[in-house]
Design a protein. Structure first.
Length: 171
């Protein structure tokens, strides 16, 4: 048996073992949606994700309401929640943001939350905006495309400090 065949067989055995041991639950996503955010400021969304095995990845998919394609950011674990910083919405260009949370576990079970709406408002209108206060999180923001036709960050969001990764450019 070749090295590759042994590797594939081992991976299949691990998957089967995980399923046999009860690792058949999709991740559970608990998310308290915010009702608004502030134009011109990057913001952070968080969700609690649990599973019967290890949570492998949590992503926040977002778009300006009515757009065809979502973009996404990868969340990081802060010890309690998975949180992701999203780019600042443009004043007058993004009245409402649609978003959802997706989680994948170590045995490739996937769960998706409901779709939530986030109103883009002024600071006076949105008293408890989830504005990101850490400049390093805003400066290191990476947004990924979900479709080959997406070549840049959607116009409803401010590009400053954001690295946009088109679909074909991922490595």
């Amino acid at each position: 048996m070749s090295t590759r065949s042994r590797t594939v067989a081992a991976a299949i055995a691990l998957l089967a073992l995980g399923t046999a041991a009860g690792a058949d639950e999709s991740p559970a996503i608990e998310h308290q949606p915010n009702s608004c955010t502030v134009a011109g400021q990057a913001f952070t969304l968080c969700s609690r994700v649990s599973d019967d095995v290890q949570v492998a990845r949590v992503t926040f998919y977002f778009r300006r309401a009515g757009e065809t394609f979502y973009s996404f950011v990868v969340a990081s674990f802060d010890g309690v929640n998975f949180c992701a910083t999203l780019p600042a919405p443009r004043q007058g260009k993004a009245g409402t943001i649609e978003y959802y949370v997706q989680a994948v576990d170590s045995v490739f079970q996937t769960q998706r939350s409901s779709t939530y709406l986030l109103q883009v408002q002024t600071p006076e209108q949105c008293g408890f905006a989830p504005v990101e206060k850490d400049p390093s999180k805003v400066a290191g923001l990476v947004v990924y495309a979900t479709n080959q036709r997406q070549k840049k960050l959607p116009e409803g969001f401010i590009e400053t400090g954001v690295r946009f990764v088109p679909l074909g450019a991922r490595k």
